[in-house]
Ligand binder design. Structure first.
Ligand SMILES: NC(=O)c1ccc[n+]([C@@H]2O[C@H](COP(=O)([O-])OP(=O)(O)OC[C@H]3O[C@@H](n4cnc5c(N)ncnc54)[C@H](OP(=O)(O)O)[C@@H]3O)[C@@H](O)[C@H]2O)c1
Length: 233
């Protein structure tokens, strides 16, 4: 049975990702902040604060066949009263990057080499359309730029995967605006179908998924050419 390692499994999209992965035949390994994920959607679980370096023995005896970097924070969310760019504190900028970029990168750097050595694997970063330069606005700079950087990580891994023999793919996935703690109860979408779509994409041949950015089952794409700000005058 293949192993899927998912970050952030006690609430939000992560719970549904674990359920969908198990239904698809994966053994699910989870990491997250919560002391316990509560529920039977995870086969093995370790408390991991992604702002910190990973323990050397984190699932060291396991082959991770699929890595889903799902954990994320949106600290500078204007919907919860955060101001625009000029209200952003350096601490919130750093904490956002600690989870959304460094935490994801720690997992990728730990488990991608095993995939390369075995010649098979999937790495998925749960990203956001807000991480595209063309979607930038004057707020949420920490969240947007951390997702932009995570997208760049996906592409860097994809270059390595494309150059290696085997069945290897690294892609970014935007779930759309969904009803979770982060998405708020006002979101139009449900997390369960978004999780199902991500798991379906794991079965897409690497030639059609490596280095892509998906939203649902469709390709969202990276950035279009600028100008990225409205022209004036
Ligand atoms: N909701 C949306 O509308 C939306 C839209 C686009 C993209 N996304 C992306 O989808 C992903 C999941 O978001 P969500 O909506 O499910 O958010 P959520 O309900 O707020 O859940 C956030 C998850 O991140 C984990 N997490 C936060 N800080 C962590 C840390 N320091 N170490 C380890 N884990 C940490 C939490 O772990 P615990 O479970 O242990 O608490 C939790 O599972 C995120 O990457 C988000 O950016 C969401």
């Amino acid at each position: 049975m293949p192993n899927a390692l998912v970050s952030g499994v006690s609430r939000g999209l992560g719970v549904h990702l674990c359920r969908a992965l198990r239904a698809a035949g994966y053994r699910v390994l989870g990491v997250g902040l919560s002391p316990s994920p509560r529920g039977d959607h995870v086969d093995d679980y370790r408390v991991v604060d992604l702002r910190e370096p990973l323990a050397d023995d984190l699932f060291a005896a396991e082959d991770v066949d699929v890595l889903v970097g799902n954990a994320g924070v949106y600290l500078d969310d204007p919907r919860s009263g955060y101001g625009d760019l000029f209200s952003l504190t350096p601490e919130d900028l750093r904490d956002t990057f600690e989870v959304n970029l460094f935490g994801t990168a720690r997992l990728v750097l730990r488990y991608a080499p095993g995939m390369l050595a075995r010649g098979s694997g999937r790495i998925v970063c749960v990203s956001s359309g807000m991480g595209r330069l063309q979607d930038a606005d004057g707020a949420s700079f920490a969240y947007r730029s951390s997702k932009l950087a995570a997208n760049s990580l996906v592409l860097s891994v994809a270059r390595h995967f494309a150059a290696a023999p085997g069945d290897l793919a690294s892609f970014a996935y935007c779930p759309g605006w969904i009803r979770t703690g982060m998405g708020t109860p006002h979101a139009p979408g449900e997390p369960a179908p978004a999780a199902d779509d991500l798991v379906r994409l794991l079965g897409v041949p690497a030639a059609r998924s490596n280095g892509r950015f998906f939203r649902g089952l469709g390709e969202l794409g990276w950035d279009t050419r600028g100008p990225m700000v409205p022209e004036t005058g």
